[in-house]
Design a protein around this ligand. Sequence first.
Ligand code: AMP
Length: 407
Amino acid sequence: MSLNKKSVDDIQVAGKRVLVRCDFNVPLKDGQITDETRIVAALPTINKLLSEGAKVILCSHLGKVKEGPNEKESLAPVAKRLSEKLGKEVNFVADYNVTGEAATAAVAAMKEGDVVLLQNTRFRGKEETKNGEEFSKELADLCDSYVCDAFGSSHRAHASVAGVTDVVRAKGGECAVGYLMQKEIDFLGNAVENPVRPFVAILGGAKVADKLNVIDNLLEKADTLIIGGGMAFTFLKAKGYEIGNSLVDDEKLDYCKEMMAKAEKLGKQLLLPIDTTVAAGFPNPIDAEIEVEVVDADKIPADKEGLDIGTKTAEMYADAVKSAKTVVWNGPMGVFENPVLAKGTIAVAKSLAETDATTIIGGGDSAAACNQLGFADKMSHISTGGGASLEFLEGKELPGVAAADNK
Ligand code: AMP
């Protein structure tokens, strides 16, 4: 998709203070980073700005920060790892106020090619509240121009994602998107707006309600829409099948009927499970050993719960992927966290890994499943943003993209 927005290639940054909103929301265990993907993904934009002689000021959120600022959610480990990756010092401003005296002093002391990392933006309380306006201004005061490279946060109109851009622009600065944002939007945008056909979209995960607009939008864009996971059972019930104790959203039965009618009207294929793997109940703990059987989708016993697509369905879905030229996948086919119930998700992941189609994985659980099952490097693109990629697939404009200057 040609994005009519300025990128880091379109702005003048030499000698300027450039604030970059990154997504450094990395998983941590005992203060150690367990997956550095998001740090590595931010490097191209940072290196480009450094090579042009910018003063690079980085900011990001980390974790949920439910109980206020705390050392466990400090960006200190990110500063250390980033410094190793860049091969240069990253001056970390540990102040819980994020902006303010310490940050201002650190930025004032910067020379061209220096890097400063601010503290976790969520330490300032809810970025989206009134407090957000003050925070937006303080962030803008630290810089001349702004780059958003935090795809994973770009669906939120927060101070450090969108609010700051109004203030930067008002004082004559430029606002652009970074390389990571551009890559994500190119992949997702091309798939949805300009796909090489056949275009197959696969949706799974727990609830229909979470993906209402995605189903609706993708039915229009894709040639085939495949439904698996917990959300399939609401469709099966809408078809009049017994679904036992399977996950269901009774309020969405009419919606599912509407979607099935819409598929027929548009001449699209809407594939639903023809068989399902059932058990006496949801595994507890989730990876507990569990006894299962595979039954036809219209023969689910009233006292059983469907927890994965069945073998025939897995084959049917893999077949549909084989003839595709573009595939977008969001949401597991079953309770993939349990080895016995991961078979459907593995079969689908494998079919994506084997096709030469462009394969795009929405972030979140489907990305986790691809990583966990060892298929990650076989996919064309794994999105770094679960929520953001889902909103993109819904056809919504992302605030973090909208906030950049038009070209
Ligand atoms: P989501 O966040 O909507 O993508 O949902 C992902 C979650 O859905 C995973 O934790 C899966 O365990 C769960 N899930 C997938 N299939 C089922 C199912 N048939 N019944 C209950 N939960 C499921």
